[in-house]
Write a protein that binds this ligand. Sequence first.
Ligand code: SF4
Ligand code: SF4
Length: 353
Amino acid sequence: MTAQQFDRAEVRALEGCTYCPRLCHFVCPAAHGEGAETATGWGMMTLANLIRRGDLTATTDERDALHRCTGCMRCTAVCVHSTPVADVLSHARGLLATSLGVPEAVDAATSELRPVEQPAAAGVVLFFGCGERLDSERRDAVTAFVSRAIGRPVAAIGGLGDDGRAACCGGTARRSAAANTDELESAFARAVESATIVLSTCPRAGAALPSELRHKVRPLLVALGDHADEIATFAAPSPAASPVTLHGGCDSRRPVDLAEAERRFLGALGLHAVDAFAAAGEQECCAAALPYSAVAPAGAARAAAAVVAGASLDARPLVTSSTRCAEHMRAASGDASIRSILELVLDRWPPIR
Ligand code: SF4
Ligand code: SF4
């Protein structure tokens, strides 16, 4: 990893963090999980900068330390300079991977990601990303729900394959410096190209798409929020609107803020969503995402347990955005009642109970 491999904006970001009094450290899930300042955005950016400058020779220890990031972008959200820490660290991990490879646990986790299959025809395509590990039966049920909600036929792609591997648009793989990143990204780009519009369970899907394709990808929950009135007519609530605590999470709140759409959609299901505790207006990250959860599963579990403890103060059922986050939070906290929004659809919509 040499100085020449970073562009001017990245160098500015690395230098800026190195000399910053770590003003973002309180929002970092990895820092909470590890209980260490070295795992903050500041700590990892400083480490990457020392390697870039040639002041430190990276070994697998430093490489592993740079994988303690979920890509949640919470540091960027509170940084007065909006420093793109997650992107710069992702680039640094990619550079180190060429000489040191990636941590074994990250390699194992990302080799479980598969390229998405191609849609059979143009039209509305529902993409189940790697955060929604639904089997084909539950995928079919959600697809039927979405089709009814938007009043158009919908074809599903992605999700868990017969081999148990989850489809990925390439975003998780790129963040993890995985060897299969290019393959996953190009399969997703081909799928988007042949669809009319892609509704994605992951709002970050398509970040790496060429600009002429990016506009075709819409977050599923935004589309469902737009159709809340129609949904309320067939997914009628049980007797009274009941309150839930909504944990937006990192993957699902950035780069687009879904809170309003999620609230409208949950309202159509008869649920009154109240936001979970949020530091500085930013929802906590449960640390389910790669690469952090692969290199430091115990720390990722501690971070999730802390989020659940904070979000449960009001004793309302806890709802989070992705199934991956819900699974991670259930395992870390022992609270089996935590649900993702799509799991709630599967729980509550009569035709698919
Ligand atoms: S992201 Fe911003 S607040 Fe955090 S260390 Fe870097 S410059 Fe400082
Ligand atoms: S992107 Fe999230 S996990 Fe990564 S350094 Fe920033 S706050 Fe921490």
